[in-house]
Design a protein around this ligand. Structure first.
Ligand SMILES: Nc1ncnc2c1ncn2[C@@H]1O[C@H](COP(=O)(O)OP(=O)(O)OP(=O)(O)O)[C@@H](O)[C@H]1O
Ligand SMILES: [Mg+2]
Length: 269
């Protein structure tokens, strides 16, 4: 099971879009996927048609007793292969801090999941506060999303620092997997400048294929559909990029054993 937290300090840069996009790519491959919405805005829950879940991430963070994650898991509007632990507005007022091992609550809840998943994607709120800290403590991989502009690039650096802090204190398994540039317009000089700056500062950590501006993204989210079902040239390109991104996150499949038929055939002919 690979647990990926999608984060950024800056709002509106495309965290939920990337989280939903990875879930869409996993959905197309038939992977068992769980999306955990840790943002009180509940945008991922809306896009996955999971806003009437009886229990939410707010309940999990209040009390991570065994079984609470199972109670909160619902089938998404995309079908059984994509499950959701939804969010709700009250998560905003949920103060996790203070209690014993409060940063570990989500991780504790995930450890007692009743079924295994190939991929767990955690959509974080636009802050590096206690909700995002819970996500990073539960995750194996951190994916930082940014737009190619000054403030967002600054926010990406702050997010990477937060990843380092959690990795060196409470979660040694955690590593920064990639910085994803979203809404890139290659003909825009400012965008090119900031994409170059990111590459200079963070090298190979910057995912090689930025996501372009694509009207299919908000349209598919509004209609509650995976981007992989959206039929326009722009969204097909976006889907391909997301497939590459998912490939870069999942463990490399072990090579299939080679079948001996070829050599036997050679022997008999
Ligand atoms: N590449 C893109 N092309 C077109 N629209 C996009 C793209 N990426 C994101 N959007 C749209 O921009 C808006 C903000 O994106 P999104 O909700 O993914 O950002 P976010 O970082 O999750 O925001 P928040 O910080 O509020 O959680 C959404 O309406 C989304 O559909
Ligand atoms: Mg969001």
């Amino acid at each position: 099971m690979t647990v990926v937290a999608v984060l950024s300090m800056k709002g509106g840069v495309g965290k939920s879009t990337v989280a939903l996009g990875l879930a869409s790519s996993a959905w197309e491959r038939g992977l068992r996927t769980l999306v955990i919405d840790l943002d009180p805005q509940a945008n991922a829950s809306m896009a996955l048609e999971a806003t009437d879940a009886p229990f939410t991430t707010s309940d999990i963070l209040a009390d991570a007793r065994p079984g609470v994650a199972a109670d909160a898991m619902v089938v998404s509007g995309w079908g059984e292969s994509v499950m959701v632990i939804a969010s709700e507005r009250s998560l905003e007022h949920r103060h996790v801090g203070g209690g014993h091992q409060s940063g570990q609550r989500l991780r504790t809840a995930l450890a007692t999941l009743p079924r295994s998943f190939d991929l767990v994607v955690i959509d974080c709120p636009p802050s590096l506060g206690e909700l995002t800290r819970n996500a990073l403590t539960a995750a194996d991989l951190a994916l930082v999303v940014t737009e190619p502009n000054h403030f967002a690039v600054h926010g990406a650096a702050e997010a990477l620092e937060a990843v380092d802090v959690i990795a060196s204190t409470s979660n040694p398994r955690l590593r920064a997997a990639a910085i994803v540039i979203n809404r890139m317009r290659p003909d825009d000089r400012e965008h090119r400048l900031h994409a170059d700056l990111l590459a200079t500062e963070h090298g190979d950590l910057v995912f090689a294929r930025p996501l372009p501006d694509c009207s299919g993204i908000p349209q598919s989210q509004r209609s509650g559909s995976p981007i992989h079902t959206w039929n326009s040239p722009g969204s097909r390109e976006v889907a391909e990029i997301l497939d590459d991104l998912l490939d870069s996150l999942l463990p490399v499949p072990r090579p299939q054993p080679t079948r001996p038929t070829l050599s036997l055939r050679r022997f008999f002919t």
